[in-house]
Design a protein. Structure first.
Length: 413
């Protein structure tokens, strides 16, 4: 089955690689309209996944990641329209230079080819991944989790049908409906047909892909994201940012999971932050110093400092300097998104320079690490590695380059 999907994808990629900008954008806009027109069907299929998730005891945050609503379907469609409106990077010629021997040598931006994506829960990934891959001339093979199989199948069906109506190859998007681990592992090793593999999900999934894949992997990371409240922080701002970063949506990789508070401001900051989080039913797990300032804070373990909770839990630690804060964050973070709240320029710059993460914020919520918010439209994932792509991955991250050389008869002596 996988080999046939791979062959189909190779043929589709060859077709997509020669598709024009207007042709691709027309199909994308048609897909966006079709998803909204078929929203009742998509919601009905999504409810099957929600029912199964509740029966299996899935947490509130993970059910939220899984759930589709009319607003989220509209958001998927809007993301596709934004991608259609973005400049097409394919065909861009860069760095064209003339050599002393007369050769003109440059680089041309081209599709990667066939992209495999293994992901968990979020059905919106199905639409986001399709739109970005399609716009950049790549075919995509998707393997979602069993928890979202009805939703993913429905979304894929609508997209494939619409592509056929537009005269495009439906195999631009294919879904692996066998959600077994064995099939996932085989997909990770489909080197003859897949050019790059992108995992999206929890730490277990990502590490399984990194460990088992023979296909090149772009690693998207889990998010143990921190907010550091500096001694020069505006407390009103700090409370607002922390509440948003933690509670605006619990189940995302850019949700704040850990707090670091400077000791000089802790007496005022901890009670106010704790009170605001308690109003949102957030449990705080803290060190001895933070627990002394609020009796409701639970004792934190070493494991808590490095945990991505995806739940109504957050860790808190008090430090005596910005250097100690940076050391703590760089020790326990997942290289995703980190924030400092401060009115001190020097401390802001020190934090920006020394924190090792894909996105580093000054006086803003970590929840902005997102393709839409960065102006990329939908995103394929958020890369926490340092090779090829880092941070929210938009269109450029799904392209590569090839050298193009113009001559007029040159030969090498």
């Amino acid at each position: 089955m996988l080999v046939q999907l791979g062959k189909n994808a190779r043929k589709a990629a060859a077709r997509l690689g020669t598709a024009g900008i207007e042709e691709k954008n027309h199909a994308l806009l048609a897909v966006a309209d079709a998803l909204e027109q078929q929203k009742e069907y998509l919601l009905e299929e999504n409810q099957k996944d929600i029912k199964n998730a509740k029966e299996s005891g899935m947490t509130e945050a993970l059910i939220d990641r899984l759930a589709l609503t009319e607003a989220r379907i509209e958001g998927m469609s809007e993301g596709i329209r934004q991608v259609a409106a973005l400049e097409d990077p394919i065909g861009e010629v860069m760095n064209m230079k003339k050599r002393p021997n007369g050769l003109l040598i440059g680089q041309k931006r081209v599709p990667l080819g066939v992209i495999g994506i293994i992901y968990e829960s979020r059905p919106n990934v199905t639409a986001d991944a399709f739109s970005l891959c399609f716009k950049t001339g790549n075919a995509v093979i998707l393997r979602g989790g069993s928890d979202a199989i009805y939703s993913n199948t429905a979304i894929t069906s609508v997209i494939r049908s619409t592509l056929e109506d537009c005269g495009m190859t439906a195999d631009a998007i294919q879904l692996v409906t066998d959600t077994s681990r064995e099939t996932a592992t085989k997909l990770m090793q489909l080197n003859d047909y897949i050019d790059v593999l992108i995992p999206r999900g929890g730490a277990g999934l990502i590490q399984a892909v990194v460990k088992n894949a023979t296909v090149p992997v772009i690693e998207t990371g889990t998010g143990n994201c921190h907010v550091y409240v500096d001694e020069f922080a505006d407390l009103d701002m700090a409370v607002s940012i922390i509440v948003n970063a933690k509670t605006q949506r619990l189940g995302t990789c850019n949700t704040c999971e850990s707090l670091v508070i400077h000791s000089k401001i802790a007496d005022q900051a901890v009670p106010r932050i704790a009170s605001a989080l308690k109003e949102k039913d957030i449990e705080i797990r803290g060190d001895e110093r933070s627990r002394a300032l609020d009796g409701d804070i639970v004792e934190a373990t070493e494991e808590d400092w490095g945990t991505e909770y995806l739940d109504r839990i957050i860790s808190m630690r008090i430090v005596d300097s910005i250097e100690e804060a940076i050391l703590h964050i760089n020790t326990y973070n997942t290289k995703h998104s980190e924030a400092i709240v401060t009115a001190d320029y020097a401390n802001a710059q020190k934090f920006l320079n020394e924190i090792d993460a894909a996105a580093v914020y000054v006086n803003a919520s970590t929840r902005f690490t997102d393709g839409f918010e960065f102006g990329f439209g939908a995103e394929i994932g958020i890369s926490t590695q340092k090779i090829h792509a880092r941070g929210p991955m938009g269109l450029l991250a799904l392209t590569t380059t090839k050298y193009i050389i113009y001559g007029n008869g040159q030969i090498r002596g």
